[in-house]
Each structure stands twice: as C-alpha cells, then as structure tokens.
Design a binder for this molecule. Sequence first.
Ligand SMILES: *Cc1c(COP(=O)(O)O)cnc(C)c1O
Length: 360
Amino acid sequence: MSKPKLFIPGPVDVAPETYAAMAGPAIGHRGKDFEELYSSIQPGIRQVVGTIRPVFFSTSSAWGVMEGCIRNLVKKKVLNLCCGAFSDKWYGVAQSCGKEADKIQVEWGQPIAPEAVRKKLSEGGFDTVTLVHNETSTGTLNPLKEIADVVKSFDDILLVVDTVSSLSAMPINFDELGIDVLLAGVQKAIALPPGLAVFVTSDAALERAASVEDRGYYFDFCEFSKNDAKDNTPSTPAIPHLYALRERVDTMLTEGLGSRFDRHKANNAMVHLWGKRHGFELLPPKGFRSLSLSCFVTPENLDQAGWIRSVISNHGFAINGGYGKIKGKTFRISNMGNETSETMQELLDALDVELPKFLS
Ligand SMILES: *Cc1c(COP(=O)(O)O)cnc(C)c1O
C-alpha cells in the first residue's frame, strides 16, 4: 500500500526532484568534488538564513546541534525558554549534559514574554539562553526580535535559536537579529528527508566554544569552523543530503524567497479560515500563531482519531493528532515546504468529506 502524503508538521512531504537529486554520484569528501559541492550551497543557504557567515552542515537531526549548543556554550548556567515539547525538552537535555540550567515555563500554546526573559536574566549567573522560534508542538510563534533585543542588552549572554519549523517559511535574518546560534533540521520547513541539520554561529559563540574544554568532538563548533575554511566538514557528511539541499535551495531562490514566504502565509491563512468555518479554535493566542503549521484545539464532540484514520485511508493524506501531553487534545496541519493553494485545498476538502462522520 502506498503511504499517505504527509501534512504532519514534520517530517513533511518531499518533492520527487529532491529525491532525484539525492541520487547524485558517490564522491569522496576529502577532495575537490566535495569542496565544490560544499561551496556551491553556501551563497543560497546564507541567503535563506540571512547571513554573510558560513552555514555549517551537521549529519544529525536537529537535536544533535541543540545538544551541541549546550556542550559548546554553557559554562555557567543556561536559561531554557519553555513553551512546548521541544523547548521543554531542551531544559532536560541541558541537565543531562551535566550543566546548570534554569527555565521560564509557560503554559503550552502561550508565547515567551520578552519582559519575563529580562526579569529572569537580571537575577544574574546566566551565560546562554535557548529559544525555540516556532514551537512546532503547539503552533506558537515566539517574538524572536524582541527576545533577541532583551538578551543582547545583557553582557556575555549568548542566544541560541531553533528555527526547525520556521527557517525558509518566513523572513529570518541572522545578522540583523544579532543572535549567536541559529539551527534547523531539514525535514520540516526545508522539506528534505530527515538526516541533516544546518547551523550558523556568531564570533562570540565560536570564542565561547574555544574556551570550553569538554565540548566533545562530533558537534565541536571549532571543528566545524576550522573545516569550513577548507569547504569541508569535520567528519564524513551525508553527501546525498547535501545534493538534496543544493537542489532545494536552488528551487527556493528560483521561486524567490519573498514569494515563498507569501505562499506560506497565504496557505496558512487558508487553513485558519477553514478552521474558523468549523468553529475550531487555534491553541496559540492571536499575534503568536505559526505561519507554517496550525494547531487547533480538538472539540469535545469530535472523534479525532477516527477522523484522522479515515482521511488517511480514504484520501491518502496524513495530519497529526497532537504531540506530547496535548496528544488527542489538539490536531496539527502543516503547510510547510512545497505545498500550494491547490494541494492545501485538496487536503481541506478531504478533511471536510470525512468530518461529519466523526462529529456527534
Ligand atoms: C522537530 C523539531 C525538533 C527536533 O528535531 P529532530 O529532527 O527530531 O532532532 C526540534 N525543534 C523543533 C522546533 C522541532 O519542530
């Protein structure tokens, strides 16, 4: 049986052109062919990230780099800004790395308030802050610029930002934000198969890393930087993923980043309008809603699991029935990656056909 098309918020549907690109020739990674591949991706991916700095490629999922940020940067204490499954987990990961950690915890669905960050950092003792820009588990978009401005107003505190489900779906400018690490796994907003993460580091982040003794090897930021100078990676990279990344970034630039952002915004608005028509409420408050996915509160009278199953079996589309502690209480629809108004409409029509059968 063929698998359903994924409208879950990651991993998302992958274009046939991307799979085709992955079947590029086998090359050795310590040589000219690889250096050309590496450097050919840089101008495009830097545009997507909004930086003139090198973008590093990590053969891992996002968590590799997320844990790497803790190991490379935290000497005193990290502040984890927690508002959902991914941001909450970062606090636990910091502790499991043996680091001192504290957190701001808000109710799932709510955003992080910049003033709360200011208040917490004023207590002193922190050297690193972690933020999930677009909390994929709740569909909440945090006020990145405002939080970055707060963190910047303190000396020697580095801000690490996870943009797994927002990078390339909306404008983000690393250099203008003045943040210290930006990272993203590629299987969500960038719409590649899972297995690679991209990240950028500031000079301050690299300086900090160089002063941390037990930062390990595989995710050592200094190793990434040193190898980047030779258009290379510290260890053997997932070369097929880099072929795929080159293909996706080229496609993004052909479409135009502005058009890509507009497309995401319009498709997201379509889903919101559809939800409104059915009286479905979004979990996050107005002004803090993701542009790349929608997280709705499940109404009492809906057999959500049955509905989702029948959309899969009768139409071949998969949406998600909630993540972590809000599983079953919410449902999520992705509009990330390559979706168009036509493909989104097909999904919404299928959801509509099945819905009345599962409402009581
Ligand atoms: C999916 C996701 C992650 C984790 O990604 P992995 O690929 O499982 O490592 C981290 N942060 C956010 C915001 C995500 O959506």
